[in-house]
Design a protein around this ligand. Sequence first.
Ligand code: GSH
Length: 226
Amino acid sequence: MATQTDKPVVLYTQGTPNGFPISVFLEELKEKYGGPDYEAVAMSIRDADIGKVHNQVKSPWFLEINPNGRIPALTHNGFPVFETSAILLYLGAAFDKEHAFSRDPVSDPQGYSQELQWLFFAHGGIGPMQGQANHFNLYAPEKIPYAINRYLNETKRLFGVLESRLEGREYLLDSGYGIADIKTWAWVRLGPRTGVDLGEFPKVKAWVERIDQRPAAQRGLKVPNN
Ligand SMILES: N[C@@H](CCC(=O)N[C@@H](CS)C(=O)NCC(=O)O)C(=O)O
């Protein structure tokens, strides 16, 4: 069931590299602006979530919020948003009034374009490729070397693109830390679990550690805590 709350924002999530970007960004917004206040609802996404309703993300009430039946999804005063990058962009437009973490398309169209370029790169590249690498390497019932190598090598190639991008930069955009970093970092920090040695990508490793140390990142990584 959808939660009953008086908080303006409800985040339906789980402790995964797709869920964390939203909780981390909400924590950054809270730290900078004092809000929005939000409630995080822990959603079950697979059999292994013992004690929770199996695969709650495919329940009819949740499909009304996210027709794709996946976490994360969010409502703001009842308005539903799904897909990590779309949620990050929505939260930026709705709450990041000083553009501390997200670019303004009107006053800074090139900064905004850079933001979209790196968000799309992570959303269409790193997330799906690293996700498939994890699937074939860690979860598939059958070990298929072709699939394992294909997705692992593609993940490494994408990390190499980040390594070049971070040459002479602390963050992905020229303007500094923001939602493109948050989206990408949530996947890349789990590179070692996927089978990628971050030591091969020293600038990426330093960038991951820089973001790991942010208090909002540490708080966001604990959501949902129920
Ligand atoms: N492209 C989506 C991916 C979301 C996604 O794959 N979520 C996974 C968890 S990390 C999920 O909900 N899986 C449950 C399922 O597929 O039933 C996004 O960026 O929001």
